[in-house]
Design a protein around this ligand. Sequence first.
Ligand SMILES: [Zn+2]
Length: 96
Amino acid sequence: MGFKSRAKKRRQVSAGGKGGSANEEKPEFVGEVPCDIKGCDNWADKKAGGRKMAYDRAVEVWGSSGVSRKVRKISLCKPCYRAWKKENKGQPKEWE
Ligand SMILES: [Zn+2]
């Protein structure tokens, strides 16, 4: 008996709280892995659709001066990966 009445009360409280806040803005995505293409400030996190790519393969498209980090595997954001894919049409797919 006592439990039932308490549950009813809680429902009323949550319904009232929901109407109070009108601004439900999505927080901006903050990643941990920046894109390694020069001039690109997107995130290359897996969550954001980023990919890892061999340095040499990226250099084929952007050149060594277009890749900001010289590591064996660089990080690419989604748009940069798409751009790379465009340039490499006809080559065997690596990920799909
Ligand atoms: Zn990028």
